[in-house]
Design a protein around this ligand. Sequence first.
Ligand code: F3S
Length: 431
Amino acid sequence: MTKCWTKAEVIHSRGGVNMLLTDEEKQMLNGDMGPAVKKAMEILVALGESFRAEKMQPIKNVHMAGSSVLVTEEAGTMFVEEMQRQGGKFVTNVTTNPTAIDPSQWREIGIDESDYELQNRLTGAYAKLGANTCNTCIPYLAGNMPRFGEHMAWGESSAVVFANSVCGARTNREGGPSALAAALTGRTPKYGFHLKENRYGKFLVKVETPLNDMTDYGTLGYFTGKIAGQDTPVFFGIPDNPTLEELKALSAALASSGAVSMFHAVGITPEAATLDEAFGGRLPEKVLVFGDKEKSAAEAALNKEPSDHVDWVLVGCPNASVQEIREVAEALQDKKVAPNVSLWVTTASSMYAMADRVGYVRVIEQAGGTVVRETCPFLARSRVIAPKKGYKTLTTNSAKMAYYAPGQFGLPTHYGNLKRVMQAAINGVWR
Ligand code: F3S
């Protein structure tokens, strides 16, 4: 398609900035491609002009943030249904984030029928629009792996950080409406992390303590995110060869305690072969140290529950990979989850299928645990589930979940590595 950049009609003028639209984009905005596309382009132009974007970026890849009815509720669900009824059709690859239900065992894990029904409407509307309703926050393990330099419109903060930092793809943190609009048009406003000049590091974090497992990476992310705000950190001193699971834990925690969209790890992430490259030749605005003292303080801050009481144990935030499910199964081999404890291992249906095929799911279920698909305590209605099930605490190896649980659904947390968390699940107490 020929790129013909012409001045757009001034429809949404904010701050004196008017976006330059192609002829095709002007047709979308004028309604020539139907009311759903017109509405979508109006959303994108309003968003773009508010961020002073000069033009749209063509994209082929969207990850939909507003996939749970806990986020969309009835009004948002009706909006998605309306887009579909008006003839909207996704023109990009679209994957969806976790929902508010496990479709196969929603009742058993404490989800209300009203959420089940509303969720089926929302997921059904996304499917009719053309989404791959994989319903996971690790789309990169479920068939949507971004490539280096690829422009995208992704929601789900942990996946955004992973995509920008580990894959070297380019995306802002999209909300539900802007991701939906991007999927209907194949466009996203070109600003923020789509532009190379906004992708350089702002401050340096010297890692001076061992990072032994994904929980340590999550703790580092929590510590850094609290200081970062929206700024991009550059890590120096991370071990040479972190696992995918460790990098996803770091990504998730950075995007929870902070509004981080990207990090650099020198020698590890694709745009940070050297410190100089990570900072774009500039000096860091500040230098922090993450040492033993900082690590202990961050862990203590995430351990909000003073008692040793354990009732709800969560592994799989971000959703568990097959490797993590295997580690849980190994910890439960010839053991049982304590009778007063519910163990959730949250994952994607595709991870479940693979883990089931190789026997990990059977081991976990025979030990009394539950491999939960397509939802998590954050995107299910945990303020309803917890009292229904009598949960008073949450025990987890995830810094992101430990950060959110007290405020979002009122459960104080025990936070530690997988070994400690699995011991708590088996013994029924936190040591
Ligand atoms: Fe994923 Fe839910 Fe955690 S969406 S990152 S498992 S809070």
